[in-house]
Design a protein around this ligand. Structure first.
Ligand code: COA
Length: 178
């Protein structure tokens, strides 16, 4: 895989000042109106995740600036239609700023999330063997980004408010997209 130009900044590991700087950048992120069905408000998602023990919020950084966000969550995989909560991390709240989309950053950030989830599993001695997410069937850009990062379509999920979703899963053992 090509060398990645994104870094994941773990908000929970920053001191208060550094975190405030990151959150100010997150507040400036935008998505297109037609994408708002697919993801929540980035600042709100980061603040909620900071408050919850099971969630690990990250700022996606490229060339020294925030270009997106994502969250990894433990014990919640059934929210993406997975068969149990604990065998996989849930990847949620994933977005790239609309001005930075279409440059490969989504694919790279999804691949970085997979690596980070494996590190978290080791650090927290969790039993997860991979990462799962659900993505709207009307969202081909996200499906493509995840597939290019190594996520595999694992079926249909009919939960959620915005219509049918695809369940996508990546196993740590098969890590690595194209
Ligand atoms: C989904 C998202 C994160 C992708 O980020 P990105 O930086 O634009 O993604 P990339 O540039 O890495 O592109 C990924 C792939 O999608 C493809 N793609 C882009 N737009 C597409 C479209 N409308 N239809 C099909 N494929 C598309 C690209 O060609 C690329 O594939 P390739 O590498 O084979 O060329 C971004 O579009 C986004 O933030 N969307 C709004 C929020 C959202 O939908 N989040 C996902 C919730 S599950």
């Amino acid at each position: 895989m090509a060398t990645s130009s994104v870094w994941l900044i773990p908000l929970k590991l920053l001191d208060e000042d550094a975190r405030a700087i990151q959150l100010a950048e997150v507040a400036g992120l935008r998505i297109l109106p037609e994408q708002q069905d697919f993801v929540g408000d980035p600042l709100r998602m980061m603040l909620v995740a900071l408050d919850e023990g099971s969630r690990f919020p990250y700022v996606i950084e490229s060339a020294g600036k925030a270009v997106g966000v994502l969250t990894l969550q433990a014990g919640a995989a059934t929210l993406a239609g997975w068969e149990d909560d604990d065998s996989a991390w849930l990847l949620r709240g994933f977005l790239i700023d609309s001005r930075c989309q279409g440059k490969g950053l989504g694919r790279q950030a999804a691949a970085a999330a997979l690596l980070e989830a494996r590190r978290l599993t080791l650090r927290h001695r969790g039993g997860q063997t991979g990462v799962v997410l659900s993505v709207n069937e009307r969202n081909p850009a996200a499906q493509a980004a995840y597939a290019r990062a190594g996520f595999v379509d694992s079926g249909r999920y009919l939960g959620g408010d915005a219509g049918p979703q695809r369940i996508m899963h990546a196993d740590f053992l098969n890590e690595g997209g194209t």
